[in-house]
Design a binder for this molecule. Structure first.
Ligand code: FES
Length: 150
């Protein structure tokens, strides 16, 4: 092993230990569901030519977008995008799971608390992330209904 390799390996160990510390901290702060949704976000992307689209920038400066495909009165496809924090990604991901294949009427009744409960809770300082996700989802529905003149 050369000196450089040795240094690199120390560096890798340091990164691993920092990562481990962060993971442990995250596990103590967030539910398993939040961690799973932000590590493997579902339905992330920007849909081409959606039937409905909502975009909101929250007071924290993060932006969220939701895109809907609607057939009849049902949301058949949904995607989200955000530049926000990890909990925001988890909120977007879970919100899409709660909305896909559901009637628009039911999805328009989803509240911040429904989303927080579906994620098995969020720390107080991240509850606004759920509000941003739900507000943006509702905005996409509202825009769809306005466009369709319904
Ligand atoms: Fe801004 Fe999460 S910190 S939405």
């Amino acid at each position: 092993m050369t000196g450089t390799d040795h240094k690199k390996s120390d560096f890798d160990k340091m990164i691993e230990s920092i990562q481990h510390e962060l993971d442990t901290e995250a596990e103590a702060t967030f539910s398993k569901k939040v961690l799973d949704e932000c590590k493997n976000p579902r339905n992330i992307g920007r849909m081409e030519d959606p039937d409905g689209m909502g975009i909101i920038t929250g007071p924290c400066g993060d932006t969220m977008e939701f895109f809907l495909r609607v057939e009849g009165k049902k949301i058949t496809e949904i995607q989200f995008m955000t530049n926000g924090c990890a909990p925001t990604i988890a909120c977007g991901s879970m919100a899409t799971k709660m909305a896909v294949d559901k009637p628009i009427d039911d999805v328009s009744k989803i509240t911040n608390n429904d989303l927080i409960n579906a994620l098995d809770g969020l720390p107080d300082e991240n509850k606004h992330c759920a509000k941003l996700a739900v507000d943006t989802l509702q905005k996409a529905i509202e825009n769809y209904l306005i466009d369709k003149g319904k």
